[in-house]
Ligand binder design. Sequence first.
Ligand SMILES: NC(=O)c1ccc[n+]([C@@H]2O[C@H](COP(=O)([O-])OP(=O)(O)OC[C@H]3O[C@@H](n4cnc5c(N)ncnc54)[C@H](OP(=O)(O)O)[C@@H]3O)[C@@H](O)[C@H]2O)c1
Length: 282
Amino acid sequence: MQHILITGGNAGIGKETAVALARKGAKVIIACRDLEKAKQAVSEIKSITKSQEVRALHCDLANLDSVRTAIQNYKERFGRLDILINNAGLITDKLQFTKDGFEMQIGVNHLGHFLLTTELMDILHRSEEPRIINVSSHAHYKGKINFDSFRGEQGPKSYSAMQAYRQSKLANVLFTKELARRYSFCYSHSLHPGVVSTAIAEKNDNGILWRGMWKVFKPLFLSPTNGAKTTVYLASSPEALKTNGKYFCKQKEKAPAKLAEDEALAKKLWDVSTQLVSKYIS
Ligand SMILES: NC(=O)c1ccc[n+]([C@@H]2O[C@H](COP(=O)([O-])OP(=O)(O)OC[C@H]3O[C@@H](n4cnc5c(N)ncnc54)[C@H](OP(=O)(O)O)[C@@H]3O)[C@@H](O)[C@H]2O)c1
């Protein structure tokens, strides 16, 4: 039975991805920052899909110690991994920091996933057809990587939430491409899920403006079930095994930003990320 690990599988796009893949007969493990929410989601996913093969794993991507523990726990409890879906993500309207002192969006959306992924490559390697799926966003098209902002060096007054989000989502695409270059045995792709009616902008102490705007426009967006379709396609279709390191939208390959094709930048991001998480590498 295929083992699929989904970060942020307790809500939004991640939860619908878990439902779809459990229905297809996979064992699905959802990695979440709040274990109570995760357990609740596990029982809901089990009840919707009638599958008993759904599990929860605690993993707070804003705390590298927690990511390290999650990696160990995952290996001990499950011992097998076929597909890793790096779906969890957040947007914060104010400058916030992870436990390790990184700006929250680059810390959770990229660095936490970087540690998780690179430290799970050994068990992914044992799978016949390993896949990694990184949920990015079209927001990456306007992204730039400013290595001097990873610790929030610009300060709260000059902080731009959108710049930080775009940067983290460009990092997802660059990371995917570098994964494909370094680990050709594994099929790594990134994607844009669409603009999806989830609670992403209403969390993490975001102010009334963000919450209000998001709530007003939410009814116009894709349902989370539809928002999960490209992730599910990349996790299950044989077509996704014909290419590597590509960017997808609406279940089709799409050219990413020019900057996302910059190999030197991808390598530098890899090296800087390795150095930033080095304390937690086994
Ligand atoms: N919604 C959109 O329109 C849209 C568009 C483009 C890309 N995306 C991307 O799609 C992905 C899923 O977002 P969504 O829209 O489904 O939002 P969501 O409903 O808020 O789901 C995000 C998931 O990430 C989890 N998460 C947040 N911080 C975490 C942390 N520190 N450690 C572990 N898990 C954490 C959340 O946990 P909690 O439930 O505890 O908050 C939740 O399970 C994100 O990567 C996002 O950037 C979304």
